[in-house]
Design a protein around this ligand. Structure first.
Ligand code: FEO
Length: 399
């Protein structure tokens, strides 16, 4: 296992093989909490780990340096998956100062008793010399929290990017070229779609700042370190943050006795007739919020369907829409559909939701009482075709 980024710059983090939830994010491949040790005339630890793993972090540190030689602990991000190890780390390292910005100090002090900690506050663009290497601090507010920042080492062209460019992926490998690129890009996209997307405007600003830096490695707080595919992940972030959409329709639905499912399938068939389009069916109750957010990220079109249950849409659809609304997923062209019995309500709930989030309804909603007839299914196929065509046009506008 190679944990070395450069001579005297090591990964000292931990792998959490068993975590399956990160505040509703389905971490089906586990996670890592990355921390890095930079040894020079002065020694700096960049970030800590989640509290249950702090003993492993201290062991990793002790194998590399006497703990009393660690001068600084940089906090790039105060969210507890990275900072909850801080209290133990600060009790154990006798001479370490915490290096962070003012907002981060405030946040750390809200979570932990920091009265015995020594802080050195730094501002955006400031530097700290370790001897032959320098730490340069770059504030990245709202990527992912208000206090977030990157730490850059210009002499090594390494960017320690905390959550940015991360992936929830437990692996014994440390680098992007040691794992399947397909897996790592898929997890990077999932991470963006579920954590970063609400802050895309801020991501674009951060990318602008980063464009001025020569970068050979991006070392995030989760997942593998980018060294062979740096320009690829920067390119993906640019696309995701700028809202580039694909010619893709997502048919997201839930069905009670199969009628709404029949309508979903007819819409799927109709959309699929449009050349160059990708159509994905997602049964909201059989999928996860994490997967739904990920397939939605770059889809230009969506068909939302639900049976009516107790005068409302199905609970799985309500949950999915609530999650997507919070994420402020990129605006799409849309339509709604669903079957009902003696009382309506589902489509009547889907339509205003589409309007509220600012998506564009480009096809009239289709509702059917009980089991859809051949005429209704033909109308669904036709609606699917129209939605597919509008989806291609919407994607082209964002290219
Ligand atoms: Fe990995 Fe925003 O915490």
């Amino acid at each position: 296992m190679n944990n070395t980024l450069r001579e005297n710059i090591d990964w000292v983090g931990v792998v959490d093989w068993n975590v399956r939830d990160f505040h509703s994010y389905d971490t089906h491949r586990g996670a890592t909490y990355n921390a890095y040790l930079v040894r020079d005339e002065k020694t700096a630890l960049i970030d800590t780990v989640k509290a249950p793993f702090v003993d492993q972090l201290l062991k990793n540190l002790a194998e590399r340096t006497p703990l009393e030689k660690i001068d600084y602990v940089v906090c790039n991000h105060a969210e507890p998956d990275h900072s909850s190890g801080f209290p133990t780390v600060m009790r154990t390292l006798p001479h370490a100062k915490v290096i962070c910005n003012a907002k981060c100090r405030e946040t750390l002090s809200a979570y932990y008793d920091t009265s015995e900690w020594t802080f050195e506050e730094i501002g955006d663009g400031e530097t700290l010399s370790l001897g032959n290497r320098t730490l340069q601090f770059i504030n990245t507010p709202m990527v992912h929290w208000p206090e977030s920042m990157f730490t850059y080492v210009p002499e090594e062209k390494i960017l320690f990017s905390m959550d940015g460019f991360g992936q929830h992926l437990a692996t014994s490998n440390r680098f992007d070229d040691e794992v399947s690129l397909c897996d790592v890009m898929d997890e990077a996209k999932t991470y963006y779609a579920n954590i970063v997307v609400p802050y895309s405007r801020q991501v674009l600003k951060v990318l602008e700042k980063a464009a001025g830096l020569p970068i050979e490695m991006i070392a995030p707080s989760h997942g593998v370190i980018w060294r062979s595919y740096v320009s690829e992940i920067l390119g993906e972030y640019r696309d995701w943050a700028s809202g580039r959409l694909e010619s893709k329709v997502v048919v997201l639905y839930d069905t009670m006795w199969g009628s709404t499912q029949k309508m979903a399938e007819a819409i799927y068939e109709g959309a699929g007739e449009i050349e160059g389009i990708d159509v994905e069916m997602v049964h909201a109750r059989r999928s996860t919020l994490t997967r739904i957010a990920t397939v939605m990220l770059d889809a230009a079109g969506v068909a939302l369907g639900s049976s009516t249950l107790n005068t409302l849409m199905m609970p799985s659809m309500a949950g999915a829409l609530n999650y997507l609304q919070g994420l402020r997923t990129n605006a799409k062209v849309a339509m709604s559909f669903g079957s009902y019995g003696w009382g309506r309500g589902a489509v009547e709930g889907l339509e205003p939701w589409v309007d509220e989030v600012g998506w564009e309804r480009v096809v009239d909603s289709i509702k059917h009482k009980y089991v859809p007839t051949a005429e209704t299914l033909a109308a669904c196929r036709e609606a699917g075709r129209t939605l597919g065509q509008k989806t291609v046009e919407r994607a082209a506008e964002t290219a």
